[in-house]
Design a protein around this ligand. Structure first.
Ligand code: GDP
Ligand code: MN
Ligand code: MN
Ligand code: MN
Length: 257
């Protein structure tokens, strides 16, 4: 398997056609049946998902939240930022000392994934509204350019519970299942696997994130070549439902002070 960054992409503007921009620059580095990962940052920029703090009149709830959260980078404590997070979220899982929320498309992340890095001219960059549909649009755009069967994974950099550090995860995908189901397969001793469903879109996102970097590299798109999903059954379940999520249930019982 080989990962190749797409180089020379410009600063992405609202309305930009990512499929075309990427295909133009990738040349032979992007072929049919490859996987293309795209950082959500540029998907959001292309979709015009920028915002400014002044767009968010502060509710009482946002003020209350902002008064309790830790000021990590200057803007988190701004009640307008808390308001933006509330508006992008369907549930608050943790309210203090930071905001952990569920986005409308089911992804759970800090501050609803609202980003303040790599956003010129605006205060905030919101996540794509429906990243699965964004991935599908890019995939269809590539198809129109003669690149058939390219799977597309939209990524974001996220923290994780229990471990320090952030890593790339998939927030939207098209053209391949999210997971590979190993249940019923056998290990080296013949024992049947009972629980392993491998989240391949997250693994591809993490690998690609090694190549994109997190700063000024300017490489939001990565081509993955010679990786094959194989013959196992696929599944598109990535985000757990509440009923199915013990940690989330425990957080619902948690008293914030
Ligand atoms: P996120 O993980 O989706 O939040 O995205 P990051 O902010 O970590 O950026 C991922 C990669 O995309 C980094 O290499 C950035 O330098 C690059 N990047 C971000 N915005 C742009 C852009 O508008 N144009 C280009 N060419 N690269 C960008
Ligand atoms: Mn970012
Ligand atoms: Mn991000
Ligand atoms: Mn990142």
């Amino acid at each position: 398997m080989e990962l190749t960054p797409v180089t020379d992409l410009p600063e992405i503007r609202p309305g930009d056609d990512l499929a075309e921009l990427i295909a133009d620059r990738a040349g032979d580095d992007l072929e049919s049946a490859d996987v293309l990962t795209v950082a959500s940052t540029v998907v959001s920029k292309a979709e015009g998902r920028t915002a400014d703090l002044e767009d968010y009149p502060v509710s009482g709830r946002a003020q209350e939240i902002a008064d309790r959260i830790e000021d990590v980078a200057g803007e988190e404590k701004d009640p307008r930022f808390a308001q933006a997070v509330l508006e992008e979220s369907t549930e608050l899982l943790i309210e203090a000392p930071f905001l952990l929320t569920e986005t409308r498309f089911g992804h759970i992340t800090v501050n609803a994934g609202i980003d303040r890095s790599n956003v010129p001219d605006h205060d905030l960059l919101l996540l794509p509204e429906r990243p699965g549909e964004s991935a599908e649009r890019i995939r269809r755009g590539l198809e129109d350019l003669g690149l058939s069967d390219v799977a597309v994974v939209v990524t974001d950099t996220c923290g994780r519970p229990f471990r320090h550090g952030q890593r790339g995860v998939a927030i939207g995908w098209a053209g391949m299942p999210a997971s590979r189901d190993w249940r019923g397969e056998r290990d080296r001793d013949g024992r049947e696997l009972g629980v392993t469903v491998q989240s391949v879109v997250d693994e591809l996102a993490a690998a690609a994130n090694l190549v994109t970097g997190e700063g000024a590299d300017g490489t939001p798109a990565v081509v993955v070549r010679d990786w094959d999903f194989g013959d196992l059954e696929g599944s598109d379940e990535l985000f757990r439902s509440v009923e199915d999520d013990l940690v989330r249930k425990a957080l619902r019982e948690w008293e914030f002070d």
